[in-house]
Ligand binder design. Structure first.
Ligand code: SF4
Length: 213
């Protein structure tokens, strides 16, 4: 399933929808990720057969564009790069796809949901590439400090991941209109307050999401 939307608690291929008007379309590009989060849906949620976001093979840029060509971009509310993996593992492809979509509809809002570790993955600052193509970057902050972040995400980059993720958020601010960091509500009020302080310091918005079993 390359283009999907979230329907109730599940994932639905947008080809199954009666109407695409105002729909948020998610692009499922990869199952690769440098993390192994303890709460990751990839490990904890069973997917309905036929609606799994597990990819047998990654779609090429051409495959994704072909899928989009089946629809009227004007119908869409937003396009979000987000699947069962880290979309910015394929940063060049994300940028290319976003550029093509913007070419056909300049005002189409485009978001990337990310763990914020793309600069570590690619060993370069990827954020300038977002300019003019990505409108919102939503980063999983997860925890208020490096130790807890490391224990939760089990990032293959280890303890330096937390600071790299914060640096990524800061850099995004230069190139992207909206930068959001998110935590889940189950971390508790005290930690949420600390995360809020981190976001205030960076100048980004904190979004507290309800935890999904
Ligand atoms: S960063 Fe996202 S995709 Fe990767 S392991 Fe964590 S929750 Fe799963």
């Amino acid at each position: 399933m390359i283009l999907y939307t979230i329907h109730g608690n599940g994932y639905q291929d947008i080809s199954e929808l009666d109407s695409l008007e105002d729909v948020t379309v998610y692009v499922n590009l990869t199952n690769r990720c440098p993390c192994a989060c303890t709460f990751c849906l990839r490990q904890t949620k069973e997917m309905e057969e036929g609606h799994s976001l597990w990819l047998k093979e990654e779609p090429t840029v051409e495959d994704v564009i072909k899928e989009f060509q089946k629809y009227d971009l004007d119908d869409f509310h937003e396009v979000v790069f987000c699947g069962f993996g880290e979309p910015l593992e394929r940063v060049e492809d994300v940028i290319q796809i976003a550029g093509i979509l913007k070419h056909f509809r300049r005002d189409l809002p485009i978001r990337v949901n990310t763990n914020g570790l793309a600069c570590l993955i690619h060993q370069r600052d990827v954020t300038p590439e977002f300019k003019g193509r990505i409108d919102t970057v939503s980063i999983s902050l997860n925890a208020p400090d490096a130790k807890e972040y490391d224990a939760l995400t089990r990032s293959r980059f280890g303890i330096e991941s937390f600071q790299a993720m914060l640096d990524f958020a800061k850099s995004c601010l230069e190139y992207v209109p909206f930068v959001v960091m998110s935590v889940v509500d189950i971390i508790g009020e005290e930690k949420i307050k600390k995360c809020q302080a981190i976001c205030d310091d960076l100048g980004v918005t904190l979004r507290v999401r309800p935890f999904e079993e």
